[in-house]
Design a binder for this molecule. Structure first.
Ligand SMILES: Nc1ncnc2c1ncn2[C@@H]1O[C@H](COP(=O)(O)OP(=O)(O)OP(=O)(O)O)[C@@H](O)[C@H]1O
Length: 498
């Protein structure tokens, strides 16, 4: 008998059919991989089985019994837990406090006082069992995104979990943290927990899944056994085309080209970035790789001027900036595609058009008037280029799927016609085709003598797309390697200082 079985689930948003006639089942102790293009309906499906959305039709069976899941509380009661792309933590609470949010907190008699000692003991025991390194005294806002993911996972493991839903869990994890996660998944399945694993990273889907369900435009295009699945087959099912993976990636030796960006002995007040120097030439895609906490995001923020600088300078096209700011960066032709697009990249309550053109209204104005036709045309063009799936340019960004939001962030950056791109996990949560498209677009930008500084925690991605790679360790650049010559072992060795 299946642990969870859904039959003919339907969900509409207005006239849009987000899910139609979805049927599938999940077995105890097994991993079901769920894949589909951005906007295919994966998150909507998760939200229905976790009680966030009510379906418009269909039925849900839990251990063979018909169930109505009307709230997340109902889902928790059954033992369904989810680890979301958007983490549900209270920023000002410590790791320990967040661990016990919404769970049974150990209390002294009559529930009058929380037993901190007992809380900490339980958490430390779990950490040891899982082989995790995580400082739980830090508040959630002090933690890096990967640390927050591990914290959420610990929270789930402290509850009685029958079905764990992982939605893009490795998006900002390094290989080492991903290994921890995979170990945890093995432990959980061995104990009989079922896993629904949603990801755009196909190698993970193939590595972990017993079965793979493929969503296409809100429908279940089929479920494959692991043994019968391969990349071309799965992507062909996702897109209803005959897909063949791209063979090799282009690479450039641009070392003789003019330097577009020169970072000289830059360090931050908080010490997260120690005096660091790097260069990006016109025509180059330059990667920065490091383990979580090495200072990758912090270095980009320092260059962009959103983190306080202690010393050093940023030179763009020969002009030195000792006090960089996002405004100055934009004026100098440098854009930043941030990792946390929800809080930094987009205004969720605004439309796609407003998000894309707001910083460039001058470009679309004459006097006091906005040239609406020109503006709409440009937005439509970029939405088409980036294959943004939406009802239209007037749709509110919060209504888009995660991957489509990322495409809007990208389109917005491209609209500035920058000469330099700072990308922090730019392909996080986007589907395989969009990921290839983003790589292609960045290479195209480089071929037009622009420069790209590319941060990703995905070691394969950095090796695939970058001409040159800087390795960061504990806030310092410790090595520089030519992209074509580097191997993952070599990069990791440098990161771990072995
Ligand atoms: N609250 C909402 N209002 C209107 N439309 C919505 C809402 N939530 C989702 N949608 C639409 O439903 C469709 C399915 O979205 P969903 O988020 O489930 O896709 P997804 O497969 O999870 O995509 P991604 O891989 O990008 O996360 C999309 O077209 C999306 O725009």
């Amino acid at each position: 008998m299946s642990l969870l079985e859904v039959k003919q689930l339907d969900k509409r948003f207005g006239l849009h059919h987000a899910l139609s006639q979805i049927s599938l089942s999940i077995e105890a102790g097994k991993v079901l991989g769920l894949v589909g293009e951005n906007g295919a309906g994966k998150s909507t499906f998760i939200k229905i089985i976790t009680g966030v959305y009510a379906p418009d039709g269909g039925s849900i069976y839990w251990n063979g019994q018909l169930e109505t899941i009307t709230s997340p509380r109902d889902a928790h009661r059954l033992g369904i837990h989810v680890l979301h792309q958007d983490r549900h933590l209270i920023p000002a609470f410590s790791g320990y406090e967040n661990l016990y949010l919404g769970t049974d907190i150990p209390q002294v008699k009559f529930g009058l006082r929380i037993r901190w000692h007992e809380m900490k003991r339980r958490a430390e025991a779990l950490k040891k069992e899982l082989g995790m390194e995580l400082d739980l005294d830090k508040t959630a806002e002090e933690m890096s995104p990967p640390e927050r993911t591990l914290l959420e996972l610990m929270r789930v493991m402290m509850q009685d979990c029958k079905l764990l839903i992982l939605d893009e869990p490795t998006a900002s994890l390094t290989d080492q943290e991903t290994e921890i996660l995979f170990r945890l998944i093995q432990q959980l399945t061995a104990q009989g927990t079922a896993i629904l694993y949603v990801s755009h990273r196909m190698e993970e889907i193939f590595k972990l899944s017993d079965h793979i369900a493929v969503f296409r435009n809100g429908k279940n295009a089929g479920t494959l056994q692991r043994e019968e699945a391969n990349l071309n087959k799965v992507i062909s099912m996702m897109t209803d085309t005959d897909y063949q993976a791209a063979a090799t990636h282009e690479r450039q030796d641009a070392s003789m080209n003019p330097v577009l960006l020169s970072v000289n002995q830059l360090s931050t007040v908080d010490g997260r970035v120690k005096p660091s120097s790097l260069q990006v030439h016109a025509g180059e895609v330059v990667g920065i790789f490091g383990l979580a906490g090495a200072g990758r995001t912090e270095l980009l923020e320092a260059i962009y001027g959103t983190r306080s600088i202690q010393e050093g300078e940023v030179v763009i096209s020969g002009k030195s900036h000792r006090r960089m700011s996002p405004q100055k960066a934009l004026e100098a032709g440098m854009v930043f595609i941030p990792e946390d697009r929800r809080s930094e990249g987009l205004v969720m309550g605004m439309t796609i058009r407003e998000n894309m053109t707001l910083p460039r209204l001058q470009h679309f104005s004459s006097g006091l008037y906005v040239k609406q036709r020109k503006e709409k045309h440009a937005v439509r063009q970029w939405m088409e280029n980036m294959n943004v799936k939406a009802v239209g340019s007037e749709q509110t960004v919060s209504e888009l799927s995660g991957g489509n939001q990322q495409k809007v962030v990208f389109a917005k950056a491209l609209m500035h016609e920058p000469i330099l791109f700072l990308c922090d996990e730019a392909t996080q949560a986007v589907d395989v085709m969009t990921r290839e498209e983003i790589h292609r677009l960045l290479r195209e930008q480089a071929n037009q003598n622009r420069g790209v500084l590319y941060v990703t925690s995905d070691i394969h991605e950095i090796l695939d797309v970058c001409d040159r790679i800087y390795v960061l360790r504990e806030g310092s650049i410790v090595s520089e390697i030519a992209g074509g010559e580097a191997t993952s072992e070599q990069l990791l060795q440098i990161c771990y200082n072995r």
